[in-house]
Design a protein around this ligand. Structure first.
Ligand code: GBH
Length: 447
């Protein structure tokens, strides 16, 4: 049997985010986040669920880390809640928030788990939103102070930092598409400005790590760039995919990785291009140590007669997870890193999220036999392995998520965990996929 082995020192982990698991949404001085506010608008979230309790990780983290240890999880991507540190976004610091993350990080380390910390996973302090949020430059400026504060507080123990999670979800979807808080529908120009402010925040996050993170600290960004998958793996379609990945992500990753707003950006945005101030570009494009990719799905692309890309619509019946946006396309895990390498020559990539959302139901004996999730993740890992073999510089993989949690608009439906969360008792039960993933991590190969 040909073993599907991963490189030595390959990083295996799981991921989650503060607003989705912590709960304690208004405890110990935490300020309101835009999601705390948005979830209270009737009809926005499935079941009108909110983030108040979530997985109660705020109180249960010692047990959660003990379970991670049992499952052989040695790396864990978590996020820090900005409104726990600065309840108003800027101004007064909440010492209780710092104390909480000190206890949490110490506990993880004691269980032999390395923290990979995301500075911002969408929970903008509502007070900043009330002053314009990502439309205004004051938000990246406040983020810069917040980033410096957490790097100074935790940088002695945290060596891996991720500035932002998925720009799309708090820029275009939030200010241009009404479906994420604050739920606005502004024009192109404003949306492009929110992207620019997100990029600035990223730059300030990188600066904070460089200045205060210590010599061996590493920093990067995580994005859910839209991944065009060549529908036929031949030269013309691959070329079309290379063009498409730039066009599809022109406002987010292209400026970071090209180090400028290129001609293509200006062609595509025209008079709606973002306003840029002197020094912004240098900040945005400062070198990072890795590029983080959240890869769940993709789009299929083919070359038109003239070689330019055509994104193909999905036919009805195309397989999805129970989360319908999650079209099952394992090849995205091959092409995502491959295209990022060929188009931008990125030297180091981590898959910071990957997984599948299903409405798991325990069997009569209480097992969770999530064969669908296990199967999809396994197929994705085969494609990841193929990508590494073809030269993609992938150094690690984080499965989303450690446990079922608050799935944003889907509330507590569409479970992504490898551990099942019973929300009435807060009991966690490792699913079949957790037992499988434990073996994969331990053996550093597919099983
Ligand atoms: C990630 O987003 C998030 O980082 C994480 O917090 C989340 O729990 C996880 O995935 C699972 O969803 O409303 O049809 O426009 C994944 C990328 C991008 C997927 C936005 C959903 C909206 C689909 N997400 N997308 S739609």
């Amino acid at each position: 049997m040909n073993a599907i082995k991963f490189p030595p020192n390959f990083i295996w982990g799981t991921a989650a985010a503060a607003p989705q698991i912590e709960g304690a949404a208004f405890l110990d001085g935490k300020g309101e986040s835009v999601w705390d506010r948005f979830a209270r608008i009737p009809g926005k979230v499935v079941g009108d669920a909110n983030l108040d309790v979530a997985c109660d990780h705020y109180h249960r983290y010692p047990d959660d880390f003990a379970l991670m240890r049992e499952l052989g999880i040695k790396h864990y991507r978590l996020s820090i809640a900005w409104p726990r540190i600065f309840p108003q976004g800027d101004g007064e610091l909440n010492q209780a928030g710092i104390d909480f993350y000190n206890r949490l990080i110490d506990c993880m380390l004691a269980e032999g788990i390395q923290p990979w910390v995301t500075m911002f996973h969408w929970d903008l302090p509502q007070a900043l939103e009330d002053r314009g949020g990502w439309r205004e430059r004051l938000t990246p400026e406040a983020f810069g102070v917040y980033a410096e504060t957490i790097v100074k507080a935790f940088g002695d123990r945290v060596k891996h930092w991720i500035t932002l999670n998925e720009m799309r979800c708090f820029t275009i979807l939030a200010y241009g598409d009404t479906i994420r808080p604050p739920g606005l529908n502004e024009g192109e120009k404003v949306v492009n400005q929110t992207y620019h402010h997100a990029l600035l925040a990223h730059g300030l996050g990188v600066q904070a790590v460089r200045q205060h993170g210590g010599e061996n600290a590493q920093v990067g960004i995580t994005d859910d760039c839209i991944i065009p998958v060549p529908v036929i793996e031949t030269e013309p379609h691959i070329k079309a995919a290379e063009q498409a990945i730039r066009e599809l992500n022109i406002r987010s990753i292209d400026p970071i990785l090209k180090g400028e707003y290129t001609e293509l950006y200006h062609t595509l945005t025209g008079e709606n291009a973002a306003n840029v101030e002197p020094g912004d570009i240098e900040l945005i494009s400062a070198p990072t140590d890795f590029f983080g990719m959240n890869i769940y799905t993709g789009v299929y692309v083919r070359a038109k007669e003239d070689g330019s890309p055509e994104i193909l619509p999905f036919p009805s019946g195309y397989p999805t997870a129970d989360a319908p946006w999650l079209k099952l396309i394992p090849q995205a895990m091959y092409w995502g890193p491959k295209l990022i390498k060929s188009v931008y020559d990125v030297p180091s990539i981590y898959i910071t999220e990957s997984g599948a959302g299903y409405d798991d139901v325990p069997t009569e004996t209480g097992e969770i036999l999530d064969l669908h999730r296990r199967q999809y993740v396994r197929q994705c890992l085969m494609e990841l392995h193929r990508s590494i073999g073809d030269g993609s510089p992938i150094e690690g993989y984080f499965l989303w998520s450690f446990m079922d949690n608050f799935e944003w608009l889907d509330g507590y439906t569409k479970r992504f965990g490898i551990c099942y969360t019973d929300y009435s008792t807060q009991k966690r039960t490792p699913k079949l996929s957790a037992h499988w993933y434990k073996e994969v991590m331990q053996q550093n190969q597919l099983v």
